[in-house]
Design a protein around this ligand. Structure first.
Ligand code: PMP
Length: 406
């Protein structure tokens, strides 16, 4: 059982007022808030051991290198990767996906196929489109039904010996759908295709086990899971990371350089050119420690309560439509909805005046909005530090906005 009042004290930002009202932060899908331990890790790094890593023999450089590599080990343990060098630090999910897409440019040929899903964030669509433009490969899409669930029988029909890669998010940021990634991975492997799973929305809610999933690539961003922005990771199976060429050239990723020829460093440094976000990587490790201390089982059961309560309360509002799975066991703690006849943006603007932070718009998932023929949704995404009382405040605010706008 979580002691929410105690947990909320860990997040200094939550106790403030916005527009004279207590802040209700329901934009966790965009980015989570940061506990004091993560903020302290950042301050501590810059106050006491800021130095460049992997290069210096001096004490501070060694302290920073040790802390950064320790963070890599924490991430390895958290995701249950076989080796720590299968964890590549990146600037986030977007960069991780671009890294893999860039690498596949040398492995694909014309008429090869990449399968994406109808539920993807733009960052798991556009890099693959760019890759297709570059190679002549084709992009196929797993369709979804009106409940925002991917159609697995249609997926199976898309698979063929031309399929080289299947990419899908673990949890949809637009609707909260938890996708059947175990099935997706297994079926792709049966025909010899690799699979990349975008875990940006899953990692705040659950603890993926990359070996149990047998996934080839798994990517995420620290900032969705209590860590800082500008850092994330790519997990890649060793055999794949060895197969892919480097993404960026520069310092740190080389073994030897002459003007005639450069040889590349071993994993993971081959993919980590230049000075990385050292402090961000270290604080990512702290965030993972913090979330594990809270406990993912606790997080899952409490967020389920919030989702059930929030859904029930949102459905009390007249003329509301919630998008995404009706079966709440198939979704994360996200409620994506609209009020009939009112633009989501207008609702978001008014409830902000009442202290409520939700996201409105297409959530970087325009194809989902096109599917429903809507300009966007109001998305309330809950984290383990949110409360039912906050949901009540949102409902009151939504009712007020509805009255003002209709
Ligand atoms: N994929 C999904 C499912 C997301 O929700 C997000 C962030 N909204 C991203 C990818 C992109 O993450 P980032 O901006 O941290 O690179």
């Amino acid at each position: 059982m979580l002691d929410i009042n105690k947990i909320r004290v860990d997040f200094p930002i939550l106790s403030q007022q916005i527009n004279g009202k207590p802040l209700v932060y329901f934009d966790n899908g965009a980015t989570s808030q940061k506990p004091q331990v993560v903020i302290d890790a950042i301050v501590d790094y810059y106050s006491s051991y800021n130095a460049n890593i992997h290069r210096g023999v001096h004490t501070l450089s060694q302290l920073a290198t040790d802390a950064y590599e320790q963070a890599r080990n924490k991430i390895q343990t958290h995701f249950n990767a076989k080796h720590n060098y299968e964890i590549i630090f990146t600037s986030g999910t977007t960069e991780s996906i671009n890294l893999v897409a860039n690498g596949f440019a040398s492995l694909l040929k014309k008429d090869d196929e990449i399968i994406v899903s109808a539920l993807e964030h733009h960052s798991n669509i556009v890099p693959w489109q760019m890759l297709c433009e570059h190679t002549g490969a084709k992009l196929l899409v797993i369709p979804m039904n009106y409940d925002g669930e991917l159609l697995m029988d249609e997926y199976e029909k898309l698979l063929s010996d031309k399929t080289k890669l299947v990419v899908c998010n673990h949890i949809s940021n637009g609707l909260g759908t938890i996708n059947p990634i175990e099935f997706i991975i297994e079926k792709a492997h049966q025909i010899g295709a690799a699979v990349l799973i975008d875990g940006a929305q899953a990692c705040p809610h659950l603890k993926p086990d990359v070996q149990a999933l047998n996934v080839d690539f798994y990517v995420t961003s620290a900032h969705k899971m209590c860590g800082p922005t500008g850092v994330g990771m790519l997990y890649g199976k060793e055999e794949w990371l060895r197969k892919l060429p480097p993404y960026k050239g520069g310092g740190e990723m080389i073994a030897t350089v002459t003007f005639e020829k450069t040889t590349y460093a071993d994993l993971p440094h081959k993919f980590e050119a230049g000075t990385p976000n050292i402090c961000g990587g270290i604080a990512f490790g702290t965030a993972i420690d913090y979330m594990n201390e809270v406990g993912f089982d606790n997080i899952a059961s409490y967020e389920k309560e919030l989702l059930e309560y929030g859904t029930k309360r949102v459905l009390e509002i007249e003329g509301v439509e919630i998008y995404g799975p009706k079966d709440l066991n198939k979704k994360a703690s996200v409620i994506s909805f609209n009020l009939k006849g009112i633009h989501p943006y207008d609702v978001g603007t008014i409830i902000d005046k009442l202290g409520i932070a939700v996201r409105t718009g297409h959530h970087c998932a325009q194809p989902i909005m096109d599917f429903y023929k809507i300009p966007g949704t109001i998305r309330a995404s809950f984290a383990f530090y949110n409360t039912k009382e906050e949901i009540d405040l949102m409902i009151d605010a939504l009712k007020k906005a509805q009255m003002m706008l209709s």
